[in-house]
Every structure is written in structure tokens, then in C-alpha cells.
Ligand binder design. Structure first.
Ligand SMILES: [Zn+2]
Length: 425
């Protein structure tokens, strides 16, 4: 199909830079959005703001396909990288569509000659603290964006978080930049998952608007190298946003979540200020959601529960049973914690984590079987032939599950442990 025949899925126009604010009109699938970012008053802003809108709206444009039109000037290296970025996303999420990017002007990257600084994204969570403590000497400034994890309507709670983050920055001798935007809660969340698509590009878009001041940006990893599942921020995509001399560093994937908790928990600022919860708009950590329970379980497994003052409640291990793991990434956090719990003789904790993991795995298996059934096309009147196919399918799947879980696997496990016990004797 020729480009001329394609529809415009996303259109960016009227990009405006005034004082400390950058805004644009963004049409997504015929729906109008007014998007804005507000920076501290003294912040120098990029002379090529269209780069930021390209990065954050590309995954959303791929939901609709067609043309992604940008009325503005974009940098060449960023434009060139959009092809690989799209290749990766299309393999991760086959339901997306490739888009044709049309910008007013594609220019060579800006070459800033002045000395620039290193910034690190900082929410006060486990990954952010790990990256800050590890790279303390290299980091000049910290960045927090209001509108990404705290809604703009929650001003009172934001001010509470701001006070604590500012106190951490002061103790580490850093400046902290607070940016405010309606991008996340009011715009991108309507079209795409924050975790799978938007949070990496959203952070990159803020940094690209400040690229005159920074040449390195640390983006704390949320998974370690053993679990590189598709995420909005990922080692194979973040560098694709490098441009105008600004480089993004995916940091901390050498450590698992529980190793990070262990590493940071000796720090006084962590003990007073750690914030992992995105569910609360009142308490600092709600002590009930998956992220809170996950962190409390890690501390308990490490025999360090009670040292982090921002978790006022004690972990009730039975509550782990009520938390459903949503993806491989969360399953891996639970698995790492279970291994440490077993090592430290926290058997009750390990039992509940094991239950949580088994529950996740059996749900996956049932989902797979269910999807297999969906592939069968049955006649409208449900003929005898259809019944035969359906029964064959049920029979085979049952056999598969029984064979796999009962016969084959258990036989192997019993043999392994039988030999182990025999050797000990
Ligand atoms: Zn929570």
C-alpha cells in the first residue's frame, strides 16, 4: 500500500515553548489531547521539543498504524532509531502496526558544546535508590516527574512525597528536578499500558526536553538480566532514544530485586524514605498491594523486617496468598525471595511464596489449554464431528497435564531426592 493511502493515526501540532512550559496538541485516532510539561523556572529547555513527542507517542501511534505526523523538527539519530524500535515492538506485541513517520524537518543532531551533567530518575523506590547509591559519585542531579506515578489531583500526597525526596537529595548532596505533566494519567493511560509501553518513553521524553543540560541519564532497571521480559523501559530499547549527545543508561540489571533490597537497606535515608507503593494516595506505603507485600517479604526473607520505617505494618505471610502474580517479572521476584527465605530458614514465608508461584504457573497452564480450545472452530449446529474434535482435545490436554505434572516430572524429582538421601546415609 502506498503511504498516501494511509490514515493519520497520531498527529502532533502546535508545539509551543513558553518560559518553563512545553505543550502541544496531540490527536490520537481523531481524539484531541492537550499535552503539557512544566519545568522548574531556571531550567533550560531543548530547542527541538518535537523529539520528546516523537518518542512518547510512537508506541501509541503503533496501536493505530498508518501515518504518525509531527509538525516539528526532529533529530536524525532519533528518527533513524525508530525503525529498530518498531521492529522490536512488533515482535513483542504482534497486534501493533508499523507506522510511517512524517515530520516537517529531520535535521542532524544538535551538538551542544557546553559541559553537561548526569541525571538519574528517582522515585524513592528500590531500583531508584540502588542506582543512586551505586553511582553516587557519577550522578549530579535527580529527576522526579509528578503525573507519572501520582495523579495531578493528589496535590497533598505529592507534596508529602516531594518533601521526602528533597530531603534524600539534600543528604546525597544532589539537586532534584521536579517536573509536572499531564502526560501519564490524563493522556497516555487512555491508550496504552504504562508498564508495557509508556513509562520508558515518557521518562525519555522529559529528558529530551532538557538535553541541553544533561548528557547522561540513568534509568533504573526493574528486572535483572535473567528476566528480560517486554517492558516500557528495557535494555534493548532505551539506547534507541539517545540523541543530541544525550545517552540513556539502563542501570542495575546485574542485581535481582532482593539483592537490591539487601544492598540498599543498610542506608539510613532508605530506612527513613523508601517508597515502593503506587496504590496509596495517603499512606507512604499501603502495606497491602503487590509491590508493598513483595518488598516486605524480601525484608522478612533477609531477616531485616522492621528496619524500614516507611513500612509501619508487620507482614502477615498469609496475605501473600491473596496477591495474584500478574506476569513473569512478578513471578521472578517471588521466586528470588523464596530462595532466600529457604536459605534463611523462613519456612512459613517460603511456603506462601511457593503457593503464590504455583498458583501463577497453574493459571498459565490453564490459560494455554483454554487458548488451545479457542483455536477449534466448531460448526454452528455442533455436529457429532465437532463433538469428536472437542472430546479429542479435552482428552489430549488432560493426558498432557497428567503426564507432565504427575508422571514425568514427579518421577524425576523423586529419583533425584531418593539418590540424595541414599548418598547422605
Ligand atoms: Zn502499596
Amino acid at each position: 500500500m502506498k503511504n498516501e493511502c494511509l490514515n493519520i493515526g497520531v498527529k502532533i501540532q502546535n508545539i509551543k515553548v513558553s518560559n518553563n512550559k512545553i505543550s502541544a496538541d496531540v490527536t490520537v485516532n481523531d481524539e484531541h489531547n492537550y499535552v503539557w510539561y512544566e519545568f522548574p523556572k531556571n531550567q533550560k529547555l531543548s530547542e527541538r521539543p518535537a523529539n520528546a513527542f516523537l518518542v512518547i507517542f510512537l508506541p501509541i501511534a503503533m496501536k493505530f498504524g498508518g501515518i504518525f505526523e509531527i509538525n516539528g523538527e526532529i533529530s536524525k539519530s532519533l528518527y533513524n532509531n525508530t525503525f529498530v524500535y518498531q521492529d522490536i515492538l512488533l515482535k513483542w506485541f504482534p497486534e501493533l502496526k508499523r507506522v510511517t513517520i512524517k515530520a516537517n524537518k529531520i535535521s542532524k543532531d544538535i551538538n551542544y558544546t557546553k559541559k553537561r551533567k548526569t541525571i538519574s530518575c528517582f522515585t524513592g523506590g528500590v531500583d531508584a535508590f540502588y542506582t543512586l547509591i551505586k553511582n553516587n559519585k557519577k550522578i549530579n542531579d535527580l529527576l522526579y516527574v509528578w503525573g507519572f506515578d501520582i495523579p495531578l489531583t493528589e496535590e497533598k500526597f505529592f507534596n508529602k512525597v516531594k518533601k521526602n525526596l528533597s530531603s534524600v537529595a539534600k543528604k546525597f548532596n544532589k539537586d532534584i528536578i521536579f517536573v509536572k505533566t499531564n502526560l501519564g494519567f490524563e493522556v497516555t493511560n487512555k491508550y496504552a499500558s504504562w508498564g508495557n509501553f509508556c513509562y520508558g518513553p515518557a521518562i525519555a521524553s522529559v529528558l529530551l526536553l532538557m538535553s541541553e543540560n544533561y548528557n547522561y541519564c540513568y534509568m533504573p532497571s526493574c528486572n535483572d538480566y535473567s528476566v528480560l521480559v517486554p517492558r516500557g523501559s528495557h535494555i534493548i530499547i532505551n539506547y534507541l532514544w539517545n540523541c543530541d549527545g544525550l545517552k540513556f543508561i539502563y542501570d542495575g540489571a546485574e542485581a535481582s530485586r532482593i539483592e537490591k533490597v539487601d544492598f540498599i537497606s543498610d542506608n539510613d535515608e532508605v530506612r527513613k524514605n523508601l517508597r515502593v507503593c503506587y496504590s496509596s494516595n495517603d499512606k507512604y506505603n499501603c502495606c497491602k498491594c503487590e509491590k508493598c507485600i513483595r518488598t516486605m517479604a524480601s525484608l522478612e526473607a533477609l531477616d531485616k523486617s522492621g528496619i524500614i520505617k516507611t513500612f509501619p505494618e508487620k507482614l502477615n505471610v498469609k496475605e501473600i496468598d491473596n496477591i495474584e502474580l500478574k506476569n513473569d517479572s512478578e513471578m521472578n521476584f517471588a521466586k528470588d525471595t523464596m530462595i532466600v527465605a529457604l536459605k534463611n530458614q523462613k519456612l512459613e514465608l517460603a511456603k506462601h511464596l511457593n503457593y503464590q508461584i504455583m498458583n501463577y504457573k497453574s493459571n498459565l497452564l490453564f490459560k494455554e489449554i483454554n487458548e488451545n480450545f479457542d483455536t477449534i472452530s466448531l460448526d454452528k449446529d455442533f455436529s457429532n464431528k465437532s463433538k469428536e474434535i472437542l472430546l479429542w482435545h479435552i482428552d489430549n490436554n488432560t493426558k498432557y497435564v497428567l503426564n507432565k505434572t504427575l508422571k514425568t516430572t514427579f518421577k524425576k524429582i523423586f529419583k533425584k531426592f531418593y539418590n540424595l538421601i541414599r548418598k547422605k546415609r
